[in-house]
Ligand binder design. Sequence first.
Ligand code: FMN
Length: 196
Amino acid sequence: MTTIAVVFHSAKGTTAKLADAVIAGVQSSPNATALRMEIVGADIIEGRFRNTAFIDQLDQVDAMIFGSPTFMGSVSAQFKAFADATGEKWGEKAWADKFAAGFTIGTNLSGDQLHTLQYLQIFANQHGMLWASLDIPGGCDPEQRNRLGAQSGLIAHTDNGVLHEVDLVTAHYLGRRVAELATRFSAPNPPAKSVA
Ligand SMILES: Cc1cc2nc3c(=O)[nH]c(=O)nc-3n(C[C@H](O)[C@H](O)[C@H](O)COP(=O)(O)O)c2cc1C
């Protein structure tokens, strides 16, 4: 069984809804299970993320999908506090070669959410992880998934706290994609891609 951690912070709940759709996507893959790992303020003391058990749990997973709202053009302070607390894992290369992917949301259609995804990718690459893109060509999908056209991960948009159904469907797809990639590459002789 492949285990995928969905590690996210959400202040008002919209990123959490995306996270739950990502988790459902992971769980829809027959050989994968998801860990719902929410970064909460109570784990941050004097600006530092102090939940070492949370971070240690990530040693055991096969892949991680990171989620954060876009705040002032980047990840939230809470997500960054978590990221900064992973330095020991960086030094040990504890997470190297695991797959990673990301998602974010903002209230502007072009509210610098791409920078949040780019930060998430750099964070994953700091750890030697393998970044998984969103392989739905924006604007070309019959179901209109990836409606905002980011290929580096999922960018979602809400102007009223309500999630767009297509963003949730895209989040589900991203979860399943990472689960299937991680399953495929953890096999002794990785089989070819089986689904379109
Ligand atoms: C401090 C702050 C900064 C924000 N900065 C941005 C931004 O740079 N771009 C954007 O599109 N939305 C921005 N937003 C809107 C949030 O990304 C949006 O409300 C998001 O849905 C919040 O996610 P959450 O419900 O998971 O907390 C900002 C909101 C706050 C509170």
